[in-house]
Design a protein around this ligand. Sequence first.
Ligand code: 3PG
Ligand code: CO
Length: 555
Amino acid sequence: EIGWKLEDHPKLPKGKVVAVVVLDGWGEASPNPYNCIHVADTPTMDSLKKGVPERWRLVRAHGTAVGLPSDDDMGNSEVGHNALGAGRIYAQGAKLVDSALASGKIYEGEGFKYIKECFEDGTLHLIGLLSDGGVHSRLDQLQSLLKGASEHGAKRIRVHILTDGRDVLDGTSVGFVETLEDDLAKLREKGVDAKIASGGGRMNVTMDRYENDWGVVKRGWDAQVLGEAPYKFRNAVEAVKKLREETKANDQYLPPFVIVDENGMAVGPILDGDAVVTFNFRADRMVMLAKALEYEDFDKFDRVRFPKIHYAGMLQYDGELKLPRYYLVSPPEIERTSGEYLAYNGVRTFACSETVKFGHVTFFWNGNRSGYFNQEMEEYVEIPSDSGITFNVQPKMKALEIAEKARDAILSGKFHEVRVNLPNGDMVGHTGDIEATVVACKTTDDAVKMILDAIEQVSGIYVITADHGNAEDMVKRDKKGEPILDKNGNVQILTSHTLQPVPLAIGGPGLLPGVKFRKDVPDGGLANVAAMVMNLHGFEAPNDYEPTLIEVADN
Ligand code: 3PG
Ligand code: CO
């Protein structure tokens, strides 16, 4: 029996409007030409930093502070928003898969037994992101799974690769495919019929999220399941090299291709009786494919053929939908999140972002759980994202529309918490387009201003933070921090997130004058924010939450 009732905070009042603003991909770094936040005109965020020193600080947003295997792991939106919403640090997918593989437990679970049932007569298909980015998947985990599956009886294996260039440098896909080909060749020497069967760039093929564009998933389906794609190659290394050259697409956007045999037949369509594993551990960009693979009733695109397969996810991707039913590793059991507590304790919440980040402030915030806790207490608004474009051509995205919705929600008097994600720094940062990212940062700042103005009007409180770094550093650096040049003398553009800490600012007319950041939580991270937000709503956080970051002096 969970006691949902929160204790009253001894000093802080209830009923204030608290705006919680997450700037996606907005880290803190020293000023330099590749720091787009520094280059951009950002008077609002600057004024917070230069304002009351006790109300601005940095928090950790990467590595062990957010449940990742090591402090060499950059932060990401899933783990960042999980931590912000849950107020505790959970060992995350990356780490759970590492231990399940290391101990061999992965091969003893229900999920693996289920796919193993197909090993005698069927093919094992592995679909996922091929890189060592560690955000959605990791190459070494795929390698270990390939080896383990073949040792456990898989005789015919087909890998369907998605090239990255978003969590890792663009152009690295070639090397990852070469490594995978080496491994598959070794398996073939041992008598396992193992090959790459299809591929495509992650943003063009399969890895859409939050139902922004089902066409992306369909392109993957056609290649992976039907064995059909606009490009056919005999070999995957050649496929990636040629497509980069001839279509000028980068790794993220490679078109779909299939690998064919000497007769031009696809080497690995997914057929009745096969087993399929999606080897990404991260949820958001696997949910749509999981639905297509698992749901009998499905109308998002014409699947043409719906093979009878045994399908398992690396993890279960949606705890509420129980999707997929079978999985190799149990996901972190994120429960009793702050959103659920607040709903029980009379705090009315409004959450909003545009499609590409909508699930971040709902699904991830609520512990990878879709839907409302209590619809009477919560309202979630999704603003449709532009689809079919790369966001460097539209760097303002829908930030101002999100801010308008937040403003209206703040002024409506209907909500105590107004939570938004402003996507620009991250989504534009991932394109590697520096000029566009500067525009993205300025727009984010304008949106923050609109929200702060509304908070001013209702005498509310604001909490401004970010989920991880991205736009503050757009260049790959050596150990000394100097930009790395490629063979033509150009800097290597960093499309990925960073290891930087993120800012945390609090304020607003509703914040009692004595409220300031404590000095005794110097290593505080994103998980410490939840307890603080509960305090700002007039409650003490549950005992097992990470400690709050604020104290209230009597003055
Ligand atoms: C993506 O999925 O877009 C990137 O791999 C990570 O970005 P996010 O963690 O900011 O969503
Ligand atoms: Co990102």
